[in-house]
Design a protein around this ligand. Structure first.
Ligand SMILES: Nc1ncnc2c1ncn2[C@@H]1O[C@H](COP(=O)(O)OP(=O)(O)OP(=O)(O)O)[C@@H](O)[C@H]1O
Ligand SMILES: [Mg+2]
Length: 397
């Protein structure tokens, strides 16, 4: 499948390597190791996890490989967890310490740490464990992987693309996380238009699914600012296009290594790609409204999702003014056998601002924006940065 080329924009290059070591001798051993072995930008300083976190937070992209010293730390595990929160998924972390402790070693590996090196660190030890190619023996990806969040509507026009793009925008621009937005409709689901970016990238990514490294994705994805990168396509409307499940698996796996969130807008078309994506997602967001067709499809869809054992977030989107014929909320909830997790209020400015002006609906004071913030906070367990007005400062907001 082909798609228009993505504009060739690149983000700031990441440090290849950064190390934070607690004493001068270890710093020196690492400086020499880095000088001998590495190509690419490297940073070695004295410090520990706190310095590592503050360094990572100042970079556009996380270093690809981090060494951090936990010598003397009372609670190394929560500290490494905090580093994982600050880093992009997929970052390789090696921990240095002064405890010969198998229990700690196992627990660190359980957190996704690639190796644990006990001091004193020598040039020989580094050559043996990290080698010239920075591939520690235990490496299995990074500390974390990104979260795949799949949005599915229970009828056309229920607001799936609007909510998915708004969530992606908010998480990237207000929570400073890297987000991949994937419009999975090969014929074009309209997400890029709402985000005001060019269509493209999905065709190339699927065609090269076997070789999706960070560089390829960076060149192929269409950028909406620094942190939100998109994949979409607009195939010939008269052509049947099927997305292969194997290619999707490779694509999602690669995106989860590079992005904190992978937000997928699913087309309203049943089939293997839909089933696979819902199965693969960490969170499925299902949008419904107060119409009979939506209720009917919700009743058909929910039992399939419940069987998958993932988290399903059921959203009532009031995308139109309340009509006398609308089903009441209690009726809908008792028919589907569960209550809504979130109600997105009607926002009469949404079609004009979102569809025609391309404004981010998640920004500002409208109730729609508040609902998107609630959804994002729920997914991340993190508070969204808001500009603090005088009411908030006085503890009233
Ligand atoms: N809470 C809301 N209040 C007011 N309007 C809304 C709300 N949510 C969505 N809309 C509007 O509803 C319309 C349809 O939204 P959208 O295109 O996101 O739906 P969709 O489910 O993705 O549709 P499709 O089935 O075509 O993919 C848009 O004009 C959008 O601005
Ligand atoms: Mg849509």
């Amino acid at each position: 499948m082909s798609a228009p080329a993505a504009p060739a924009a690149t983000t700031a290059a990441a440090y290849e390597f950064a190390a934070f070591l607690g004493d001068r001798d270890t710093v020196e051993v690492f400086r020499q190791f880095v000088g001998r072995q590495l190509v690419g930008a490297a940073h070695v300083q004295r410090g520990g996890v706190r310095q590592a976190v503050s360094f990572v937070e100042k970079q556009d992209r996380s270093p690809k490989f981090i060494v951090v010293d936990v010598s003397g730390a009372d609670m190394p595990l929560p500290e490494i967890d905090a580093l994982a929160d600050a880093c992009e998924p997929g970052v390789t972390v090696v921990v240095v310490g002064d405890q010969q402790d198998v229990g700690l070693f196992r627990q660190l590996l359980g957190l996704g740490v690639a190796d644990y090196l006990v001091k004193p660190i020598t040039a020989e030890l580094l050559a043996q464990t990290l080698g010239g190619d920075l591939k520690p023996a235990g490496v299995r990806g990074g500390l974390r992987t990104g979260k795949l969040v799949a949005f599915a509507g229970t009828r056309g026009g229920v607001g799936t693309t609007t909510l998915a793009t708004s969530l992606a925008w908010l998480v990237a621009n207000r929570m400073n996380r890297r987000v991949a937005f994937v419009d999975l409709d090969p014929h074009g689901g309209g997400g890029p238009m709402l985000l005001d970016v060019e269509v493209g990238g999905l065709g190339e990514a699927v065609a090269h699914a076997e070789n999706l490294d960070a560089l390829f994705l960076d060149r192929t994805m269409v950028k909406h600012g620094q942190r939100l990168h998109c994949l979409s396509a607009e195939e010939d409307l008269t052509k049947e296009v099927a997305l292969e499940v194997e290619a999707l698996e490779r694509l999602f796996t690669a995106l989860e290594q590079q992005f904190h969130y992978v937000v997928v807008d699913l087309p309203r078309r049943a089939g293997p790609a839909l089933r696979f994506t819902l199965q693969r997602a960490a969170i499925q967001v299902v949008l419904a409204d107060r119409t009979l067709p939506s209720l009917h499809n919700t009743v058909r869809l929910l039992p399939l999702l419940e069987g998958l054992g993932r988290r399903t977030v059921l959203v009532l989107n009031e995308h139109q003014p309340l009509k006398a014929s609308a089903l009441d909320r209690e009726t809908v909830e008792s028919s589907i056998g569960r209550s809504f997790d979130l109600v997105v209020p009607f926002d009469k400015s949404a079609p004009e601002r979102g569809d025609n002006l391309g404004e981010p609906l998640a920004d500002g004071r409208q109730p729609f924006a508040a609902a998107v913030r609630e959804l994002a906070a729920d997914f991340s367990g993190q508070r969204v940065n808001r500009k603090r007005g005088w009411r908030a400062k006085l503890g009233l907001g």
